[in-house]
Design a protein around this ligand. Structure first.
Ligand code: ADP
Ligand code: MG
Length: 701
């Protein structure tokens, strides 16, 4: 069947009138035959197995059982009558229950006659019961057409209200198979099919909708998941290649004076091997004539800043300007302070530009940027304002990328005739799996090693009832000269309440840690930037010992003397946030601690999060758990959620298939970059169709 036929509007399918078409479009996004064909079942009811009552599990899904009704009775309850049947096979007994249609059932059910029943089993006060079972006389069941695995399609309330039940969808798909004779064009090469022992396309589609047995279903699923991920990887890789070929970048071929001077004379410590490797990777990109688009991942405290600084020096050495953009003012200030210190006495001209820089101070910055006197600019979103014009921006570094949208990245890009090299730094470890599928178009560097001498932060979970002990511990730490963070959640939806909690908390802490022995800072989002900075600064300089804050301190802040991080209502934080917060301590030589405070009421998901934090420090492991708990959409937290719009594959569960798919997509481009070879014609054609009708970049950028 030719592919264009599958683009036929769904209204042409027998059984779909204008009303149904509209509902299918609105609810499931089904516009064409193709869309319907690619509506894959969420799950299947397995009717290949027959269970004995003695085999039933408490957590059973739907089961099919052969047995007889030996007794039928009506039971009166407060909420009304129900009909209860005792159902038995040769291994035991269970109950069947009806709340509706009791009269009809009573009149039609046959006692002591073999039935096949199907439904969901519940375990209730010592026995199994099945409400509203599907029932068929064994006799007829044996004569009837065999259904093996019954597909269950995605559904919505509107769909069922308008009579588009699972049965109806199944019928429509049958109709589609009739009209197309179940004959669909192959989309993968023979080599791939052979090498990976894949089911052919038509057979896969048949078995995904009408599986003949478990094995064929599994094969069909594998093939379709592979195919889906394979074509996504092809798009990502193709984009990356196009990028490298077409998008010329400034060529930084000089490793010049400043880089060398810094490396030899001003480097405050020996670089870790991971840092060295990453700098090499970056240098390679910068000297390759193509624009760099690199994502630098490194756990909190892994030392990304020094990499940024050295990369900026490469730009300066080659006569270009560079900018470093941070998501918050506090962080921008800290970067500015840090970079200025590192580059002191090197004669590199650097300025800070944030929302709170006064107008009068901005003007000279704008001017010096335009005439090239300024070499480095550090700041916040303010760097993206239209007024900010560079003489020759050669490099843009974006810290903590998860706070920036794709659109903002693009904006930086358009500040120039040529796009600057882009280095995106993130401390949110993106699991490889996700990085591969979402950022397959970026090159990725990882700092997977912490600077030497770091002691892992000791992490414990304590209930609110232990607060006195926790405070005693805090006092001891302060006595040793250490500083303490106490962080409160601040969630937008419950902002007012959260602020109240923060203020109540602050007051009680102030009572427990009174002046003049203790001094407390407080920082939260409602404060004026200047006040925030003032308080932050006092803490950084050690004038206050306790910092009470909301998550504004989550990102980047560096106070090596802080050794205790107390997180209040820790159950309300996400895993990556907890990990980020914990990263604020453990930056000095002393043993540090992270105390997760919660009430006794914890959901099982919250328990998993807390246990994970106590168990491991590995950001990537934490990110994997997070991904499993929340799904990819939430992790990215931005417009990227649901970006890939996967029909059948699951980025988390199908990780192994994803890797295989990426490997083969890479191989393909290596062997045949423009897909010219005859054996790749199939793929080329399918790919062209895909890009035409479902280009993933429509979603991403
Ligand atoms: P992050 O990756 O979280 O941005 P930073 O760049 O802020 O980490 O580095 C964290 C701390 O580790 C800083 O105090 C920095 O000076 C220090 N640091 C970075 N690299 C090294 C190294 N190779 N050896 C020792 N200390 C280092
Ligand atoms: Mg940092």
């Amino acid at each position: 069947m030719n592919t264009n036929f599958l683009q036929t509007p769904i209204t042409y399918l027998k059984g779909v009138g204008p009303n149904r078409a509209e509902t299918l479009q609105g609810e499931l996004g089904i516009h064409t035959y193709q869309d319907l064909l690619n509506l894959f079942p969420n799950r299947y009811l397995d009717k290949t197995q027959y269970y004995k009552i003695s085999q039933l599990q408490r957590s059973s899904a739907e089961v099919q059982i052969v047995g007889k009704i030996i007794h039928l009775k009506s039971v009166e309850q407060k909420k009304g009558k129900r009909l209860v049947a005792t159902f038995a096979d040769d291994t035991g007994q269970m109950e069947l229950i009806w709340f509706r249609g009791q009269k009809w059932i009573r009149e039609n059910l046959k006692i002591n006659t073999p039935y096949v029943i199907f439904g969901k089993c519940n375990w209730y006060s010592g026995g199994f019961s099945m409400p509203h079972p599907e029932m068929e006389l064994l006799d007829q069941h044996q004569k009837g057409l065999k259904v093996f695995m019954q597909p269950i399609y995605p559904s919505t309330e509107k769909l069922s209200n308008r009579g588009i039940t699972n049965r109806v969808i199944s019928k429509l798909i049958q109709q589609l198979f009739l009209e197309t004779k179940g004959n669909f064009i192959e989309t993968l090469s023979e080599t791939l099919i052979h090498e990976l022992k894949l089911l052919p396309k038509s057979e896969s589609l048949l078995n995904i909708h009408f599986p003949k047995n478990q094995e064929l279903l599994a094969k069909a699923q594998f093939r379709l998941k592979f195919e889906e991920l394979f074509f996504i990887q092809m798009q990502l890789i193709a984009k990356n290649i196009r990028h490298k070929q077409k998008i010329k970048g400034f060529n930084f071929d000089q490793v010049g004076e400043r880089f060398k001077e810094f490396y030899e004379e001003h480097l405050p410590f020996e670089l870790t091997n991971a840092q060295k490797r990453v700098i090499k990777e970056i240098r390679h990109d910068l000297g390759s004539n193509a624009q760099m688009n690199r994502l630098l991942q490194g756990d909190v405290g892994s030392g990304k800043t020094i990499v940024a600084v050295m990369t900026m020096l490469l730009a300066v050495d080659n006569g270009y300007q560079a900018c470093l953009m941070a998501p918050t003012e506090i962080l921008a200030n800290q970067h500015y302070a840090g970079v200025s210190e590192l580059l002191a006495n090197m004669g590199v001209r650097c300025a800070l530009l944030t929302g709170s820089v006064k107008k009068s101070a901005r003007k000279p910055i704008h001017e010096q940027l335009e005439n090239g006197e300024l070499q480095l600019l550090i700041g916040t979103h303010a760097l993206l304002e239209d007024k900010v014009k560079y003489k020759n921006l050669g490099l843009a570094i974006i810290d903590e990328q998860h706070r920036f949208g794709v659109a903002q990245r693009a904006k930086l890009w358009h500040k120039n005739e040529f796009p600057p090299h882009i280095l995106v730094m993130t401390a949110t470890p993106i699991p490889r799996t996700l990085a591969m599928s979402l950022y397959g178009d970026l090159d990725i560097s990882v700092i997977d090693e912490l600077p030497p001498g770091r002691k892992p932060v000791k992490t414990v979970h304590r209930f609110d009832s232990n607060r006195l002990k926790v405070f005693r511990f805090v006092r001891d730490e302060i006595k040793k000269g250490r500083q303490i963070y106490i962080v409160y959640p601040l969630i937008q939806e419950s902002e007012a309440l959260d602020y109240k909690d923060l203020m109540d908390g602050y007051e009680s802490i102030a009572r427990d840690f009174p002046l003049p022995d203790y001094r407390i800072s407080i920082v939260h989002g409602k404060m004026k930037p200047a006040d925030k900075d003032y308080e932050m600064d006092r803490f950084v300089r050690g004038e206050t010992q306790i910092m009470v804050a909301t998550t504004v301190i989550e990102v980047g802040v560096n106070v090596p003397n802080a050794s205790v991080m107390i997180i209040e209502s820790a159950e309300r934080f996400g895993l990556s946030q907890l990990h980020q917060l914990r990263g604020r301590v453990g930056r000095g030589a002393d043993q540090s601690f992270c105390i997760l405070m919660t009430s006794h009421k914890l959901s099982s998901e919250a328990k998993t999060r807390l246990e994970t934090m106590v168990r491991t420090h590995d950001g990537f492991e934490i990110a994997e758990v997070d991904l499993k708990l929340r799904g990819p959409g939430d992790i990215m937290g931005t417009q990227q959620s649901g970006v890939l719009n996967l029909k059948i594959a699951d980025i988390v569960k199908d990780n192994a298939i994803l890797k295989t798919a990426r490997y083969h997509a890479l191989q393909l481009f290596k062997q045949d970059p423009s897909l010219e070879k005859p054996e790749h014609l199939v793929i080329r054609h399918a790919y062209a169709q895909l890009v035409k009708y479902k280009n993933i970049w429509n979603y991403i950028s």
